[in-house]
Design a protein around this ligand. Structure first.
Ligand code: FE2
Ligand code: FE2
Length: 354
């Protein structure tokens, strides 16, 4: 059943349902989600009802006088190493930093599945206003689950984790994957996770859910830079062994991300319109909470992510130099190509703007 214009209630099964594909997507040897219509056009997974549903909730929000929050392109940091830096390394036979960067992306995609482990707060008790028939009321009724399946795969179908691995293995011809990628990544993430809650007066499950949704939204938006990088680099016949297949694989993943950004920003925008009961018996505008969280996360990730990516690439390149696999002059040429980027002074979610 297709969503009608005024329909705003859906079952989980509907939100998880696929269009009828003429042909499945195969990445390497793995059957992946999504597929192609009769004209060969790629259609992202689980979008038969999910896309029209999110569009209907967005229209409803705007109709009720709400706004859709937007994270501007200016907030999106460049990917390190840049395309020029990556090409320089690959053309000099230094593959490990790029293999490492692509593997980190595939692991982070797989982490997206944590969204299904969110413990739902009792929104009925916590929100003053009604929220029936919204994205918020469908988070645990298909939206989180569809997102988790898209990122990490489901049953016999690969998801983004497997699709990035396939793109890497096609372009770089099944490179050796450094065994410490996962451990280094966990180390970095562990350090950036501490701190006092921004809103200690909020119900703990509600706070954790909003933090997770906001972090994932920012990761999804920042991924724009990663996708542009991946498409450009892996489609380049000078450095990619499979420019056509590897480049289009990244384009398919990029197409799948749009529903994630859209449902998350819709639900958070709906939340901004609500009034929230706090544990000290008072209330807070949802807008104060969402904007406060997004401002904090954008400030942190805009600083940390480029630094972590730069550090990762440099460590790998220095190791290659130490092992005699690369000339020291390559390191200098590499550093000279480092993109200069500073996060903008404003995140667009400043508390004073509320
Ligand atoms: Fe993804
Ligand atoms: Fe995603």
């Amino acid at each position: 059943m297709q969503a009608e214009d005024d329909q705003v209630h859906f079952t989980s099964a509907e939100l998880l349902s696929d269009v009828d594909y003429a042909e499945p997507l195969i990445a390497g040897e793995v059957r992946c989600h999504g597929g192609f219509d009769a004209d060969g056009k790629y259609i992202p997974p689980r979008t038969r009802v999910r896309n029209p549903a999110v569009a209907a909730w967005q229209a409803q929000l705007l109709h009720q006088g709400g706004q859709l929050l937007e994270i501007g392109d200016a907030q999106v940091p460049p990917q390190y190493p840049s395309v020029a830096q990556s090409k320089l390394l690959l053309q000099n036979g230094v593959r490990e930093p790029i293999v490492r960067a692509l593997t980190v992306i595939s692991i982070l995609e797989g982490f997206g599945a944590i969204i299904r482990d969110v413990r739902m707060p009792d929104l009925k008790a916590l929100l003053v206003e009604d929220f029936d028939g919204t994205a918020l009321s469908h988070l645990d009724k298909g939206l989180f689950e569809a997102h988790a399946r898209d990122e990490a795969g489901y049953r016999d179908q690969g998801g983004h984790k497997q699709m990035w691995e396939a793109a890497r293995d096609l372009a770089l011809e099944n490179p050796r994957v450094p065994p410490d990628v996962f451990m280094r990544l966990m180390g970095n993430r562990g350090q950036s996770r501490r701190g006092e809650p921004l809103f200690p007066q909020l119900d703990k499950n509600l706070y954790r859910m909003l933090m997770t949704m906001s972090q994932v939204l920012v990761i999804e938006v920042f991924a724009r830079g990663t996708f542009d990088w991946g498409v450009e680099l892996l489609s380049d016949p000078e450095v990619s062994a499979a420019p056509e297949a590897a480049g289009t694989m990244v384009e398919y993943i990029r197409a799948d991300e749009s529903p994630h950004v859209e449902y998350l920003r819709t639900a958070l925008s709906e939340f901004r319109q609500k009034t929230v009961r706090t544990e000290d018996g008072k209330t807070l505008p949802g807008r104060t909470i969402v904007d406060g969280i997004l401002h904090h996360i954008l400030g942190q990730m805009g600083k940390n992510r480029p630094r972590e990516q730069r550090d990762d690439a440099l460590v790998a390149l220095k190791q290659a130099v130490d092992k005699g696999q690369a000339q020291r002059s390559l390191l200098e040429d590499f550093e000279a190509l480092t993109p200069i980027w500073q996060p903008p002074a404003q995140t667009g979610f400043e508390p004073s703007a509320a």
